[in-house]
Design a binder for this molecule. Sequence first.
Ligand code: C2E
Ligand code: MG
Ligand code: MG
Length: 583
Amino acid sequence: MQESEARFRSSFDHAAIGMALVSPDGRWLQVNDSLCRLLGHTSEQMLCGNYREVMHPDDLALSQTNINELLVGGSLARQMELRYIHRAGHEVWVLLSASTARDTHNAVRHLIFQVQDATLRKKAEAQLVYDASHDSLTGLPNRPAFTAQLKAALGRVEQQSGGGLLAVLFLDLDGFKTVNDSLGHGTGDELLKGIAGRLLKCVRPGDTVARLGGDEFTILLEGISNIQQAVEVAERVKEKLTLPFLLAGHEVFTGTSVGIASSLFGYTDPGDMLRDADAAMYQAKAQGKSCHAMFDEQMHEDATKRLCLESDLRRAVERNEFVVYYQPIRVLATNELRGFEALVRWLHPVQGLLSPAQFVPLAEENGLIVQIDNIVLAEACRQLREWQLQYADCGGLTINVNVSSKQFAHEGLVEVVKRVVKETGIDPRSLQLELTESAMMKNLQNTARVLNELSLLGISISIDDFGTGYSNLSYLHEFPISTLKIDRSFVNRLSGREEEWEIVRTILMLAHNLKMSVVAEGIETSEQLWQLRNLGCDYAQGYHISPPVKADDAAKMLPTGDGQFAFPSSVTARAGLRLVSAG
Ligand code: C2E
Ligand code: MG
Ligand code: MG
C-alpha cells in the first residue's frame, strides 16, 4: 500500500503535465511543479486558494457545469478546453481532464485534474485561421474572407428598416502585367504591397480593403449615407494610386480602374454584388485608364438579359433549337451555283429567330460555340448529302461551314469532321471550312497541323472576312488554303471610283498568284457584281444574289437539268483560277 502510494506520489510530482488533487468544493489539495510553472504560482500560493480563482472568468461556467456533472456521478471523466490566467496576467490555454476518486461508500474523496498546456496548439490553430482568411503577400483579407464579410454586411443592411447603404469598390490595376513582365515578379510583389498600404489610407477604420488575387483589390464601405461617398473614395483611390512608387530604383507608375456596386440593388448574395462591381470595373476600363463606373440600371438590365440568354443558350444546345440557313455562292462568270454557306440561326422559343450577331459572341465567350458549330457542321453535311441523293446534278455542290476560333483551337476538331463526313457519307471535297485570320494566327503551330490534317482528308479551307484581320499575307502560302473570301466592307466600297477597286484588285492578284480562288462577300448591287466580274473575281455571294434562306428555299436553287457539275480545280489541285470558262 505504502509502496504504491509512493509510486503515485513520485509520478504525480514529476509528471510533465500539470496535475492536481482538488477537494469537492474546489480547493487545491495537492499540485505538482508542472502545474505551478504553467500558472506562474508557487505550490504554497496555490494551496491557499481554489481552482476557480485562476480560471478565466468566461470559462468558469463551462468548467462548473462539467465538474458538477462529475460530482453527481453523471460521468466518470470530463475533458474541456479552457483558459487559466497566469500570475503575470496573460491567458493560458489548457486541455483539462478531470475525474473523481471515490471512497468505498462511493462518496467523492477528491477530483483529479490533469492539465495540458494547449497554448502552442491554439496559436497554430489561430495562425491557420488567419492564413485561410488573409492574403499572404499583403496581409489583407482574401477573397473568402471578403465574401464572408460582405455577406454579413448585406445581412445587416437587410435588417435595417431604414435601409442602410453599403458599396463595394472593385479595383483592377492598369498595366500591372507590364510591371511584372519588365521589372520582375519581385518588383510586382512590392508594388502590390505598396498599393495595399495606400488603399488602407484611403478608407475609414471600419471599412474593409481586401485582395481578391492578382492585381484585383476590393473595398467594402459600410454605413455610408449616400452613394456619392463611394464615388469620393474611388476618386481618392485613383488619385493616391497614380502617384509613382519607388521600387528597386525605378519610379513605377500605375493607375486603377474602379467599378462600384451599391446595395441599392437589394443584393443578398455577395457573389452577385461582386460580379456587378466587376462588370462596372470592365465598363470603367473600357472608358480608358484610371476611370470609375457605377453599376447602374442599364448595366443591371444588360447583365440580367445576358444571364437569361446564357441559360437559354445552354438549353438551346441541349434541345437543338438551331436552324441552318443557306446562302448560295455562285460562279461569277457563269452565274452557276457553286454551293452554299451554312449560316446558323437560333429559333428562340420566345424571341423568335435570332441572328448569329445576337448569340454567337456570347457562345464564343462561354465556349458553347464548339457544340453549336458541331451541330451546324453535322446538319449542313446531312443536308448536302440529301440534296445530292435527290438531284443527280448536285454531285459537285460544295457546302461552306464556319468554324469559330474556339472550335478551331479545340483538340477534337479533326475527329469531329472525320466522323461527320463518314456518318453523312459526303465526299470530303465538297466540304469547305471557313476560318478567320485571327483564328489562324492564335497558334501557328496548331494551325499548320490542323490545316494539314484537314487537307489530307480532302477538306478545303477558306479564309473568311479576309482583309479585316491581320492581313498578314506572308502566312498564306504556308498553309493549305484554297479560297479567300473578301470581306463585304471592301465590296461595299466598290463605287464608280477607280481607287476603290485597287484593294480588291490587289487581293485578287495575290490570291491568284498563290493559286487560290476568291469569293466576294456581301454583293448588294448589280454594279458591284459587274465590277467584280470584270476584275476577274471567281465567286460571288451576297443579298443581290440571294440572302441566306431556309433549306426548302435553297433546294429551289439547285440545278435540276443535266448541266456539268464538277469540283473546281482549286479544290482538286489548288490551281483553279478560271473555274468555268466564261463563255
Ligand atoms: P460570315 O461567315 O462572314 O457570314 C456572312 C454574313 O454576311 C452572314 O451574316 C450573311 O447573312 C451576311 N451577308 C451575306 N450577304 C450580305 C449582303 O449582301 N449584305 C450584308 N450586309 N450582309 C450579307 P449572318 O448569317 O448574320 O452571320 C454573321 C456571322 O456570324 C458570320 O459571318 C459568321 O462569322 C458567324 N456565323 C454564322 N453562322 C455561324 C456558325 O454556324 N458558326 C460560327 N462559328 N459562326 C457563324
Ligand atoms: Mg463565313
Ligand atoms: Mg464572312
